[in-house]
Design a protein around this ligand. Structure first.
Ligand SMILES: Cc1cc2nc3c(=O)[nH]c(=O)nc-3n(C[C@H](O)[C@H](O)[C@H](O)COP(=O)(O)OP(=O)(O)OC[C@H]3O[C@@H](n4cnc5c(N)ncnc54)[C@H](O)[C@@H]3O)c2cc1C
Length: 266
C-alpha cells in the first residue's frame, strides 16, 4: 500500500557559521543576514528515509518548512532529491518563533495539506537543537510520536515497528499510523541529488503559504505566540590553561595528582 509522507525540515546556518549567529536586541530575533544556510543535517536523513519508503511502497512525499524567504532554497534542495511537492510557510507573523510557535505554524500547514500517513522529522537541529518541535507537533495534531528512531518497519497499513535509540541500547516500539517519527542521523546515509533531480526542480511547484491563508491566529505564532524569549546569545569560550610538566614520569604523575587534589578535582 502507498504511504503519503510529510517531511518537516528546517533551514539552518551552515555548520561553519554557527558561531556567527547574533541576536537583534531590538526585535529579539536571530540575525541570519550574510550567513550561508543549509538543510538541517538530520532532516536530510528524514528526507532519505521518506525516499526509501516511497521506493518500496510508492506514495507521495511533501516537504514542509517554516522560515524566512531565503528558506525557499531549502525547498529547492529537497525537490532536487525528487520529493514530490514542497510547502514553504513564510510570513512575517511567523518570525522569531520559539519551538511551540513553530510547531503551531507547522500544524496549521499540515492540517491544510489534508491526508497523510506519516510525518518524518529530524531529532534535533544543529543551531538551537532543542529537540522539542517533533513532539510538540504530534501533541498539537493529537498523534503518536516516537523520537530517536533508528529503523522503521511497516507491519501492515495501520502500524509500524520502529527501533528507538535508548541510552542503554535500543527499544522496539509499535506505533499506530498516522503518527510522527523523529529520526536520528544514524538511520541512513542521505543520497546526493542527481543531475536529473536538480534539473527537475524548475518543473516543480513550491507553494508559499502565509498566516492569512492558513487562518492562524497571529497571536499564537511567531514572536507574539512564543512563551520563551531570547535574552542573550553568546559564544562559550573554554578558558584552558596548559602547562607541560618536566621530569621523571613518576614525579610528573605524582605532581599532576597532587595538583588535581589541590584543585579538588580528585
Ligand atoms: C541558538 C538558538 C537557541 C534557541 N533556543 C530555543 C529554546 O531554548 N527554546 C525555544 O523554544 N526556541 C529556541 N530557539 C528557537 C528555535 O530554534 C526555533 O523555534 C526553531 O524553529 C525550532 O526549534 P529547534 O531548532 O530547536 O528545533 P528541534 O526541535 O531541534 O527540531 C526538530 C525537528 O523539527 C523540525 N523543525 C524544526 N524547526 C522547523 C521549521 N522551522 N520548519 C520545519 N521543520 C522544523 C525538523 O524536522 C527538525 O529536525 C533557539 C534558536 C536558536 C538559534
Amino acid at each position: 500500500m502507498p504511504y503519503d509522507i510529510i517531511v518537516c525540515l528546517k533551514q539552518v546556518p551552515h555548520p561553519d557559521y554557527l558561531g556567527k549567529i547574533t541576536l537583534d536586541r531590538a526585535t529579539g530575533t536571530i540575525v541570519r543576514a550574510g550567513i550561508p544556510c543549509v538543510v538541517n543535517p538530520g532532516d536530510r536523513n528524514a528526507v532519505e528515509e521518506a525516499l526509501r519508503i516511497r521506493e518500496r511502497y510508492a506514495g507521495k512525499i511533501t516537504a514542509i518548512t517554516m522560515g524566512p524567504p531565503e528558506a525557499r532554497k531549502a525547498m529547492e534542495d529537497v525537490l532536487a532529491l525528487e520529493t514530490d511537492t514542497a510547502v514553504h510557510l513564510c510570513d512575517y507573523a511567523f518570525a522569531g518563533a520559539d519551538t511551540l510557535a513553530t510547531a503551531r505554524a507547522l500544524a496549521s500547514g499540515i492540517r491544510r495539506l489534508g491526508h497523510f500517513d506519516l510525518i518524518l522529522c529530524g531529532d534535533t537541529t544543529i543551531d538551537s537543537g532543542t529537540g522539542q518541535v517533533a513532539v510538540q507537533l504530534a501533541e498539537l495534531l493529537d498523534l503518536p510520536c516516537v523520537t530517536n528512531v533508528e529503523s522503521i518497519a511497516f507491519e501492515d497499513g495501520q502500524s509500524l515497528i520502529v527501533t528507538r535509540h535508548w541510552e542503554r541500547g535500543h527499544v522496539k516500539v509499535r506505533m499506530k499510523l498516522p503518527g510522527v517519527l523523529a529520526v536520528t542521523e544514524r538511520i541512513n546515509e542521505p543520497r546526493l541529488p542527481t543531475i536529473l533531480g536538480i534539473m527537475g526542480v524548475a518543473q516543480k511547484e513550491i507553494a508559499t503559504w502565509g498566516a492569512a491563508l492558513l487562518g492562524v491566529d497571529t497571536a499564537q505564532v511567531g514572536l507574539c505566540g512564543s512563551p520563551t524569549r531570547f535574552l542573550q546569545i553568546g559564544e562559550f569560550h573554554a578558558k584552558r590553561h596548559g602547562e607541560v610538566l618536566k621530569g621523571p614520569p613518576e614525579a610528573m604523575v605524582t605532581e599532576a595528582v597532587n595538583r588535581l587534589k589541590r584543585m579538588e578535582l580528585l
